[in-house]
Write a protein that binds this ligand. Structure first.
Ligand code: COA
Length: 430
């Protein structure tokens, strides 16, 4: 039997100088966060660790400086400003290795604040939409504060926690935050989607990254057959693809018949679909994103996006120059895992220009830009202007391949940069 307390009482367990993990994505425990922020006058130097959180984040408000420090493992919009000041910091880390940081006390967690489903008859709650790094956090934290939400779906897989582990629990009946990447799809993303669809064979196993492009690809796959899904993030686009009948998961070697994911972000429809649905299996990122697990599936196609790409194929995805924008996440885990899988294809997809018309394919990355995926990991790059395959190509060849799929307005400048760097000699062999 779980005795619920008030949010104010629950967060009293947190002391100054502790490290507090906050559950992410749709599972962000907003009521507990608000209660913790209200203690800003009493607390000093509480370090918050989290990946993407959704909704308001009062812990990074200017008046919280000195009380809370946001040490981000993946920068989301609500903490971006703070992380780029001395109110926060950014830890570049593979999503697959965050559990390692917690378990090996490289970043030991004192308190985990999580949002879970209601307990079942055996007293187990589900970590719901976000098992990813929440599982290692609750397994290692000394104190667990739970926000039990009537509306959190009970997901199948590995993300279960018994009520006896909770130091305090509150009860809420609140809608989860919604994100719909499909709303951002324009003609350009649709075009990119068509190109990528041409690379995907029947019986491929799909991983989809963050943003509008992955969902645009999915719109082009309705006529494919026997696709499988093994992905870090599950979103509405994948749900629609499942409804089209193109997904059977029959040919996957790991968890055949099931969709494997680490977290899900989407709309209320998606959350409803996940509830108590054995077709989905949620696991921690250390497992889902393990290249040794990913590579066991056939024809893994990993589709990710980036902010900037240099002419040799170096990918910047976590910063705009030195401004921390996003995170490493599972991009490298899956790009590598896909290339190791038999028939696998790692794909980097980007619109050729920013909304303001600047080219994203550049001679050199901006000063301070962080490389998330190295040029040695790169195979396919796709823009609305076509597909470039960099694998096995020298730097000069890559530069020409990438120039070909850059925006026409920028090709001349890019060619000048290529000639300046590599000379005018064009590699003559096949
Ligand atoms: N220079 C300046 N600004 C740029 C830029 C560039 N080269 N490229 C993008 N931007 C701006 C855009 O204009 C946009 O601005 P806005 O928010 O004001 O509209 C913003 O940066 C985001 O760009 P967009 O292309 O819309 O991003 P996205 O939603 O498609 O996401 C990433 C792209 C790279 C941020 C995202 O894929 C990511 O976080 N990747 C890293 C982690 C990862 O790949 N995980 C995969 C496993 S789930």
């Amino acid at each position: 039997m779980l005795n619920y307390t008030t949010p104010e009482e629950a967060v009293r367990l947190i002391e100054s100088h502790q490290r507090v993990f906050i559950h992410g994505s749709a599972a962000t425990p907003t009521t507990l966060i608000n209660a913790l922020a209200a203690r800003r006058e009493e607390l000093k130097n509480v370090e918050i660790v989290a990946i993407t959180t959704l909704g308001p984040m009062p812990l990074v408000a200017p008046e919280c400086k000195g009380s809370f420090f946001m040490n981000s493992l993946f920068v989301s919009e609500n903490v971006r400003e703070a992380v780029n000041t001395d109110q926060g910091g950014y830890v570049p880390i593979f999503l697959s290795e965050i559990g390692h940081l917690f378990r090996n006390k490289i970043l030991s967690v004192d308190v985990a604040m999580v949002q879970v489903s209601e307990p079942d008859i055996h007293g187990f709650c589900s970590l719901g939409t976000s098992v990813d790094i929440a599982k290692p956090a609750v397994e290692t934290a000394r104190i667990i504060i739970a926000q039990v939400n009537k509306q959190m779906p009970r997901t199948h897989g590995d993300g279960h926690i018994h009520i006896s582990k909770f130091s305090a629990a509150i009860y809420v009946d609140e809608a989860l935050p919604e994100v719909d990447y499909r709303a951002k799809i324009t003609e350009k993303e649709t075009q990119i989607g068509h190109h990528i669809a041409s690379l995907i064979e029947d019986r491929a196993t799909l991983q989809m990254g963050i943003g509008a492009i992955p969902d645009a690809v999915l719109n082009s796959l309705n006529h494919h057959k026997d696709l499988g899904i093994h992905t870090e993030m599950f979103s509405n686009g994948l749900l629609e693809l499942m409804k089209s009948g193109a997904v059977t998961n029959s040919f996957k070697k790991k968890h055949p018949g099931k969709v494997v994911a680490a977290f899900a972000t989407g709309t209320a429809d998606l959350y409803r679909e996940l509830h108590d649905n054995p077709e989905f299996s949620f696991h921690e990122a250390a497992y889902v994103n393990d290249t040794a697990v990913i590579r066991k599936n056939p024809k893994v196609v990993s589709i990710n996006s980036c902010l900037e790409l240099d002419l040799t194929g170096q990918v910047c995805a976590d910063s705009i120059g030195s401004y921390h924008f996003s995170g490493v996440g599972g991009q490298m885990d899956f790009m590598r895992g896909a290339s190791l899988s038999v028939g696998g294809k790692p794909v980097m997809a980007l619109t050729s220009t920013t909304k303001k018309g600047a080219t994203k394919i550049v001679p050199f990355l901006k000063e301070g830009a962080g490389v998330v995926t190295t040029r040695a990991h790169m195979h396919y790059v796709v823009t609305e202007f076509g597909i470039a395959n960099l694998y096995g190509k020298n730097l000069r060849q890559r530069a020409y391949e990438l120039m070909r799929i850059a925006h026409p307005d920028h090709r001349e400048d890019l060619e000048k940069a290529i000639v300046k760097r590599f000379g005018s000699f064009i590699y003559p062999f096949r």
